[in-house]
Design a protein around this ligand. Structure first.
Ligand SMILES: Cc1cc2nc3c(=O)[nH]c(=O)nc-3n(C[C@H](O)[C@H](O)[C@H](O)COP(=O)(O)O)c2cc1C
Length: 221
């Protein structure tokens, strides 16, 4: 078992990045380490304390390849969407440079997702079935429930020298992914697919973010 990194809470929270190019595809990830991270994720909060998260952990190379193929198909659609175009251009040149780096890094993951030794698919089983047709209140409750546990998993992974990236592009083909993984599609929403691998080097820096006052509203918007 690897030793945990010695990171302060603030360092952990500010350096848990979306890791793509620095994932070490050659080093296996021990099941026991994944179970530690998942056990920590289980401490997250859920709406009504339902604890209705599920995590499908995929190491089988054939399944990883099939999921990566769906991810690539999703990426091919994503780049044609308006969100991808607006993503690429900001008034701030530094933000544009950051975005350019992210797009290059994302392209790397499109090409290499199947090589990650582990893919983790966080899922939520809402009590009233799939979320698409439900009230926003319920959608927010269940998406947030799985996102909180997912982020805890990512933090726990980072603390153990693992890198992760929360990705959603395969969800354009979610039903096909459900078939590959035996997920009961009528009852369960997948929320993401995370590559998980040890990182090449463990030093990561906080990312540049906009000044707080552009997004924090005291007392009123
Ligand atoms: C809801 C959500 C969906 C995302 N989907 C993808 C994705 O499909 N592919 C990907 O490479 N990164 C994805 N990301 C990661 C973001 O692109 C990432 O946060 C961004 O590159 C900035 O990197 P940082 O988190 O290290 O600051 C997603 C993140 C979130 C929160």
């Amino acid at each position: 078992m690897p030793e945990s990194l010695t990171l302060t809470p603030d360092a952990l929270l500010t350096t848990t990045r979306a890791v793509r190019k620095r994932l070490d595809f050659t080093r296996p990830v021990e099941r026991a380490v994944l179970e530690e991270c998942l056990t920590i994720a289980q401490q997250a909060s859920t709406g009504s304390n339902l604890q209705n998260w599920h995590f499908v952990v995929v190491t089988d190379p054939t399944k990883r390849q099939a999921l990566a193929d769906l991810y690539r198909k999703g990426a091919a659609i994503y780049v044609t969407l308006p969100i991808a175009a607006t993503n690429l251009t900001f008034d701030d040149p530094q933000r544009n440079a950051q975005q350019q780096r992210i797009m290059e890094s994302a392209q790397y993951l499109y090409d290499h997702m199947n090589e990650a030794p582990v893919l983790v698919v966080p899922c939520i089983r809402p009590p009233d079935g799939r979320l698409e047709q439900q009230q926003v209140f319920l959608q927010a409750s269940w998406w947030s429930s799985i996102a909180q546990a997912g982020w805890s998993f990512m933090l726990a992974a980072r603390a153990r020298g693992l890198g992760t990236a929360w990705t959603t592009l395969h969800l354009l083909f979610e039903e096909e992914a459900a078939q590959i993984l035996g997920i009961p599609y009528a009852e369960v929403n997948q929320a993401a697919m995370m590559p998980v691998a040890y990182t090449r080097g463990t030093h990561f820096r906080p990312a540049r973010r906009a000044p707080l006052d552009t997004m924090v509203h005291w007392e009123t918007w």
